[in-house]
Design a protein around this ligand. Structure first.
Ligand code: F0G
Length: 454
């Protein structure tokens, strides 16, 4: 599938020797988050803030108005976000988690529950920091990694209804739907699911918000997979999704096609007043929210480019092609392929490693050792329950590795290289060794953990 752009500015990528990579990983405490970018050949750690901007975005950035308040760039950004989402109140933030903090500290009370299809890690952490409890109710069909169900990102509507109507129902302060479901294989959420969540939330008088970091990619997959939305443009579908919710919190480091940015969208005047006061005290005045005028300009333009069907079609096709190459090499991935990332099933590839040896992390390290490829574990290291001595008590349900795909950055040739490195590992999986934890912080363990080979 032909991408609707050609490349004008390029950046060299480093190639290290196998010995230099081994040494770099050892010095990083076997945690890819601690590697330096100039030690990495293909960086699939995150699709967040890692995309390429367009000539039109950079041209707009040159017009950035850096006035402290009421900058022209703010109005351009606000109008673009308002047209897309329909929310009367828009608050800019420097990235998604800043929006989470501002929203949750204004909306959630200590002791309340926030229900989601799946909270992203910082989202769950911010719910906890607001004194509330995150509760994930994913669709049980997501537990079958191989099934081709089109909307495995959905929330479990029966469980949601039971919780809202049950003894804990009065404690639920928010229902937050993550689109697409990043914690669960980049799987999309159907519009039918969002509509049903809205009805349940109305009935139980609970606010319904979207965590819409990948709103355009979710819209593309809805257009492809949900018959009622065939023929709708991605932008129309995205707008409809925002319309269903009472508000949203959005990291624009993904579908804003920019390195930084985010916003909170709200309908409620009082909630807006509370969030705005918090924003001014902690992020910046409400016409820039921690962003420069040139950032706001890039974002306003990026929000137009990201809903281009030709762009989304090519991006989805490129991810699907990588998935096919990987599967043909004998490595299973969560099915069906999403758009922003592929999730390798390290558990099935490395049966010789027990969960406490962190098979997902082991595969991630091997990808770096063999090919300079950086990615993120989504298995027992990230999700497992541990005691104070870092002993694994409850393993994660799956041992996955996420290959996140930056937007407009790598070509299919880069992905052929990634598939070839994986194919070599799949030929001799027993040579992948396990890891044990040496030290780890209590919250958001995976970012700063240090390990050693077993
Ligand atoms: N919500 C979702 C679904 C996310 O994926 C992220 C970030 C955030 C919120 C937080 O946004 O990074 O702008 O503060 N995800 C990145 C990732 C980091 O790699 O998946 P942020």
């Amino acid at each position: 599938m032909l991408p609707p752009y050609r490349i004008k500015v390029v950046e060299p990528i480093p190639f290290l020797s196998a010995e230099d990579r081994r040494q770099a990983l050892e010095e990083a405490g076997y945690n890819p988050f601690n590697l330096r970018a100039d030690q990495i050949t293909i960086d699939l750690l995150s699709d967040s803030g890692t995309g390429a901007t367009s000539a039109a975005q950079e041209a707009a950035a040159a017009l950035g108005d850096e006035s402290y308040a009421g900058a022209r760039s703010w109005f351009r950004f606000r109008n673009e976000v308002h047209d897309l989402t329909g929310y009367p109140h828009i608050l800019p933030v420097h990235q998604g988690r800043a929006g989470e903090r501002v929203l949750f500290t204004s909306l959630l009370k200590p002791g309340q529950i926030c229900i989601s299809n799946t909270h992203f890690d910082t989202t769950g952490a911010n719910v906890k920091l607001a004194g509330a409890k995150p509760l994930d109710l994913p669709d049980p069909r997501a537990a079958d990694l191989d099934s081709q169900e089109p909307f495995k990102g959905n929330i479990d509507l029966d469980a949601l209804e039971r919780t809202l109507g049950g003894p804990e129902g009065h404690r639920v302060g928010l229902v937050l739907m993550t689109i697409t479901n990043n914690g669960l294989g980049a799987q999309p959420v159907s519009m039918a699911n969002l509509e049903a969540v809205r009805e349940l939330c109305r009935r139980h008088r609970v606010p319904f918000f979207l965590d819409a970091a990948r709103f355009a990619e979710n819209a593309w997959l809805v257009g492809q997979r949900e018959p009622a939305y065939r023929g709708w443009t991605p932008r129309q579908i995205a707008t409809r999704a925002f319309e269903l919710a009472d508000g949203c919190v959005v990291s624009l480091k993904k579908d804003g096609l920019s390195a930084i940015g985010g916003f909170i969208g709200l309908r409620d005047d009082d909630l807006h007043a509370g969030c705005e006061a918090n924003l001014i005290a902690t992020e910046g005045f409400s016409t820039y929210g921690g962003l420069a005028g040139h950032d706001l300009e890039r974002l306003a333009q990026g929000l137009r480019e990201v809903v281009d069907p030709a762009y989304l079609r090519a991006r989805a096709a490129s991810t699907a092609r990588l998935a096919r190459m990987i599967n043909e090499a004998g490595v299973e991935t969560v099915q069906p392929a999403g758009i922003h990332a592929l999730y390798l099933n390290a558990g099935s590839l490395l049966p010789h490693l027990a969960p406490h040896e962190f098979p997902g992390h082991s595969l991630g390290c091997q990808l770096y050792l063999d090919g300079g490829i950086r990615c993120a574990e989504l298995g027992s290291l990230y999700l497992g329950g541990m005691d104070a001595k870092h002993r694994l008590l409850t393993p994660a349900p799956f041992e996955l590795v996420r290959l996140a795909i930056p937007r407009r950055v790598y070509t299919d040739t880069h992905f052929e290289y990634v598939a070839a490195v994986l194919a070599e590992i799949a030929k001799e999986p027993e040579r992948v060794s396990g890891y044990r934890i040496v030290s780890a912080p209590p919250l958001l363990r995976h970012f700063k953990v240090r390990l050693a080979p077993t």
